[in-house]
Ligand binder design. Structure first.
Ligand SMILES: [Zn+2]
Length: 241
């Protein structure tokens, strides 16, 4: 009996040690060198991925589970520098806005749950910024992985809180700024995925018109299931140039 209890403790200790050893690598990770994206966003992997910060001055990562346990906050080094520079720029352009990044790629790339792409460090999900009475509201940004389940109507109003709307102005400025930064880092935006019926609202903003003028490709038609889930966030695939 005593031995059995001890065995159970040893087993628990081993599981815990294994967890400490394999999990939370993010505390020890150091970004250095150059990343390599192999294959495509749909069938690929990532070598020497760069880890995005969990929290920075005007942006953060949306979920500790995705970040520390699933190891899904890694990107290609060029994407990393693109995002760091873009958010630095956004501190000037939209000083009263904070942004959230959602899932990126696994440390080594490859398939991650619920995504068809995100396999080689060149895909990033961006949470839609939200406003209520003209002020940014971050209440709904704190849902962690459940944020993916939020639904918005075609005008960008949150179904469960109609006074909360997508901040299309901040969102379009962010896209333009990311586009600028990507070109400085040897990348371009290959495509953006956003729920199709939200696109007109995005194009209606001043920066939205610039998105159109530049010909940044926002997917025009989507399979229903893909369309339905791209209202709480938009997805960007980058490509190396
Ligand atoms: Zn995505």
């Amino acid at each position: 009996m005593k031995f059995r209890i001890r065995k159970r403790y040893i087993l628990l200790l081993l599981i815990l040690l294994g967890f400490v050893f394999t999990g939370f690598q993010e505390f020890r990770h150091i970004n250095s060198g150059v990343s390599r994206s192999i294959g495509s966003v749909r069938n690929g992997r990532l070598e020497n991925g760069y880890l995005l910060p969990y929290k920075a001055r005007n942006f953060d990562y949306f979920s500790p589970i995705s970040y520390y346990l699933l190891d899904n906050a890694y990107v290609h080094s060029k994407v990393y520098y693109t995002l760091i520079q873009a958010f630095e720029e956004l501190e000037q352009k939209t000083p009263d806005r904070v942004y959230s990044l959602m899932e990126c790629s696994h440390r080594n790339g490859g398939r991650i749950p619920i995504h068809r792409t995100h396999m080689n460090g060149l895909s990033v999900d961006f949470m839609v910024p939200k406003v209520r009475n003209g002020q940014q509201i971050r209440l709904w940004d704190k849902l962690g992985i459940w944020h993916y389940a939020l639904d918005f109507d075609p005008d960008g109003r949150l179904w469960i809180d109609k006074k909360t709307k997508i901040d299309f102005d901040a969102m379009s400025k962010a896209i333009i700024t990311i586009d600028d930064a990507s070109r400085k880092n040897g990348l371009k935006i290959r495509k953006i995925i956003l729920k199709v019926n939200l696109k007109d609202n995005l194009y209606a903003t001043q920066a939205g018109q610039e998105i159109r003028r530049r010909g940044i490709y926002i997917v025009k038609r989507l399979a229903e299931i893909v369309d339905r889930v791209h209202d709480d966030h938009f997805h960007i695939d980058f490509e190396e140039i």
